[in-house]
Design a protein around this ligand. Structure first.
Ligand code: PLP
Length: 391
């Protein structure tokens, strides 16, 4: 018998990958499956970004880079944050990581241990809770409610802080709900956090460039008095349709940066060199592909919400950000996970049950509208037929 450490009894995962595997398996068997399960843009990475990676390989960038990432890229990240969000960031505090997920992995490893409490959004990205449990810390869900427009409530969040709270995770625009927390609410949260100087904050802003209806993204980097305990999570995966490149970045407070760098050195050494040159081209090149993609998501979000609201006993708030709809299916008589599974197996539509994102996800399913309008319409028609006939 091998004696792996106990923490592996507690590690979770992301059900979206299991749904993807099952959908692919059904497709292999010849079934027609529309995948609204996985959270990745259905666009190709823009050509000039791909070309930059090829050029980097041809130019001989085949070796290790600094663990923190190549300096021009870290400078480009700082310049981009300044241009987009008006914030000053020291490139020395930017860390290039292999995907946004690695930032949360590092942050939760730094603060999670038995006895510590970590607050995280529920429903929210499933890896937050999985990693918190892995470290032995106590996961404290912050409920994200439809009645509140799927924004987090500053008051409720602050009320959950105790002397044992080490880290607060926030996410806006949000997965899986498409919620965007208004600036006034973020102001209120930051105001309250001044009374809790020992609580670190990780702000997951990976969908920061995907907001609609003219809503401006509010970054937590804009509040100088929490900067010395704020970790920003962002990256290229969603914005530039680069999920498979594994390119993310984080901004760390000075006192945590060395820990993060050491975690990099102890695990992956550095991010793939050619991918870093691709990331540089993404930030410094034309941004029209980003604008076009977000405009397309904007059109689809209307199609998907209109379609969902026309289904029997289903209601869906219009998502304000990201590329997910999170319809309320509690009146259909189905439990969310059973419905998601039946839709996949019987109707050929892959979605994710809300409980895969936390206990407060019951009564909802997540649909990613990163799929063609034609497929979205077809999927909605299948769902309508299924709900009208299935028990
Ligand atoms: N944070 C949130 C909220 C996400 O939805 C995702 C990906 O789905 C990530 C982080 C991780 O992104 P990456 O693919 O860059 O690791």
């Amino acid at each position: 018998m091998l004696h792996t450490v106990k923490s592996f009894d507690r590690i979770g995962e992301e059900n979206a990958f299991a749904v993807l595997a099952r959908a692919t398996e059904l497709q292999r068997q010849g079934r027609d499956v529309i995948n609204l399960g996985i959270g990745q843009p259905d666009f190709r990475t823009p050509d000039h970004i791909v070309e930059a990676a090829i050029k980097a390989l041809r130019d001989g960038h085949h070796g290790y880079t600094p663990a923190t990432g190549i300096l021009p890229l870290r400078e480009a990240v700082a310049a981009d944050l300044h241009k987009r969000l008006g914030v000053e960031v020291d490139p020395e505090l930017v860390l290039i990581v292999p995907g946004g997920k690695v930032t949360m992995f590092m942050a939760i490893l730094m603060f999670g241990e038995p006895g510590a409490e970590i607050l995280y959004p529920d429903p929210g990205f499933p890896i937050y809770r999985s990693m918190i449990e892995f470290t032995g810390a106590t996961p404290v869900p912050v409920p994200i409610r439809e009645a509140n427009g799927f924004a987090f409530s500053a008051e409720e969040t602050l009320s959950l802080i105790t002397p044992r709270t080490r880290l607060l995770i926030v996410n806006s625009p949000a997965n899986p709900t498409g919620g965007v927390t208004p600036k006034a609410e973020i102001d209120k949260l930051v105001e309250g956090l001044r009374r809790h100087p020992d609580v670190a904050i990780m702000s997951d802003e990976i969908y920061g460039q995907m907001t609609y209806d003219g809503l401006a993204h509010q970054t937590l980097l804009a509040y100088p008095d929490i900067r010395d305990r704020l970790i920003l999570l962002d990256g290229w995966s969603k914005t530039y349709a680069m999920t498979g490149w594994r390119m993310g970045f984080s901004v760390w407070p000075k006192r945590l940066y060395e820990n993060a760098r050491k975690l990099a050195v102890n695990s992956y050494s550095c991010v793939n060199a050619s991918a870093q040159f691709a990331g540089l081209a993404a930030l410094t090149g034309p941004q029209d592909a980003v604008r076009d993609m977000v405009a397309e998501f904007d059109r689809r979000r209307k199609v998907v919400t209109e379609g969902l609201n026309a289904l029997p006993n289903v209601s869906a708030a219009v998502p304000k950000g990201a590329f997910y709809a999170f319809p309320n299916i509690s009146k259909t008589g189905w439990k969310a996970k059973r419905l998601a599974s039946a839709l996949l197996e019987q109707a050929g539509v892959a979605t994710i049950g809300g409980p895969d994102f936390g206990v407060h996800g019951e009564g909802y399913i997540r649909l990613s509208y990163a799929n063609s309008t034609e497929n979205i319409r077809k999927a909605l028609a299948r769902m309508g037929e299924f709900l009208a006939t299935a028990k």
